[in-house]
Design a protein around this ligand. Structure first.
Ligand code: PLP
Length: 217
């Protein structure tokens, strides 16, 4: 599928659910993809990309940034506190804030820098032990804590368990966001972005449907 096919599907789906397509940001997830595939999408004029590792992003994006204006990078993978400074330099949005220690580090660095990327709080809606994200039962407390640190919390993010119906997880995320007065919902990937749009996603993260299968994850 091409980028154009995806954006067409996003618009059709948004309209079918009474939503404005411009309220939905497509993040083209370029992690692990060969440079020529990423460059092809840049050449088509697209500028919003997602990476899951700080180091991988640092290795490839500076060269693209020298060549193309207006690149907007989103961090969608787990962030270690010792990489927080580099992440803040590289990314306009971080989708994976999930614990106090990280929030405190980001708040301290934001003070020092005088600005901060937009932040999403990741919620482990499936309560999977191996997965990042705060537990649903801890989300309200953690969101309040992050807001009290003056962090720019834009919304919530989740990655549903692979074997489960994603709509239950999207609905849970939307409910937690609504009761905390948050508008942003980062949810939906190649296989389920239309379901996510139907349930209010504002940021969808689509990789393989745009770039093709990844060689590894
Ligand atoms: C890899 C990844 C995606 C994109 O997955 P696709 O199935 O290739 O669309 C989205 N979100 C996160 C957090 C990812 O790590």
């Amino acid at each position: 599928m091409s980028l154009v096919d995806i954006t067409t599907r996003i618009s059709a789906c948004a309209q079918a659910h009474g939503r404005d397509p411009s309220d939905i940001t497509l993040i083209a997830v370029s992690k692990v993809q060969p440079a020529e595939r990423v460059e092809a999408v840049l050449t088509q004029g697209y500028r919003i990309f997602g990476e899951n590792r700080v180091q991988e992003a640092q290795g490839r994006w500076p060269a693209f940034q020298a060549q193309f204006d207006g690149i907007d990078l989103h961090l969608i993978g787990p962030l270690q506190t010792n990489k927080a400074r580099q992440a803040m330099e590289m990314f306009g949005t971080i989708h994976t804030v999930d614990r106090s220690k990280l929030a405190k580090t980001l708040a301290r660095l934001a003070q020092e820098r005088g600005d901060c990327p937009g932040l999403f709080i990741q919620v482990n809606t499936g309560e999977e032990p191996q997965k990042a994200g705060c537990l649903p039962s801890e989300a309200d407390g953690f969101i309040a804590e992050a807001k009290a640190m003056d962090l720019p919390v834009r919304g919530l993010m989740c990655i549903p368990p692979v074997e489960e119906e994603p709509s239950l997880h999207f609905a849970l995320l939307a409910k937690i966001a609504a009761r905390n007065g948050l508008d942003g919902l980062s949810m939906g990937m190649s296989a389920d972005f239309e379901t996510a749009i139907a349930q209010g996603a504002t940021h969808i993260r689509v990789g393989s449907a745009i770039f093709g299968e990844r060689a590894h994850s």
